[in-house]
Ligand binder design. Sequence first.
Ligand code: ZN
Length: 169
Amino acid sequence: MGRAIGSLDWTPEYIVPVPMKPSQARNRFEQLLQFGANHFDEDIEVALDGLGCIKEIENYKQKNPLERAEAIKGAFTSDFTWNGAKILLIDDVHTTGGTTNECVRVLTANGAGEVRVMTLAKDQRVFARKTCPACSRSMKIRVNHTTNVKFWGCSGYPTYCQNTEDSGT
Ligand SMILES: [Zn+2]
């Protein structure tokens, strides 16, 4: 995982895991992160308590996406004031995206400057995503067909947001 993070074209200041239910305070995922913390650059801080889960969600797997989105509202909290920090949010299972979206929302509401999501699948493949710093919508890699240069474009384009970001490639 350290290698996966090292291969990103972007260095986070904090690594925050998607929090577990209060009843699952400690799990293998957090242990992995704690262990991995020694392998990151010194200026990357693993903040295991960067997000907290304050609400048990019953029967989450039985719910449809709309019910899940409703159930997840207010489930997470962050005691940190992030002061514009760059945060890599790590999820170990990517389900509907509702959980990670809510985590991104809470982090941004607490002052995070930029949040990207990395999902650690069983095979440790990496899915990097980027959240628009201007409007918090997700961004997608797009290609300028004239110059062939890749860039991040906001998914709110063109109606809500015209922000673009350098993709670093
Ligand atoms: Zn935007």
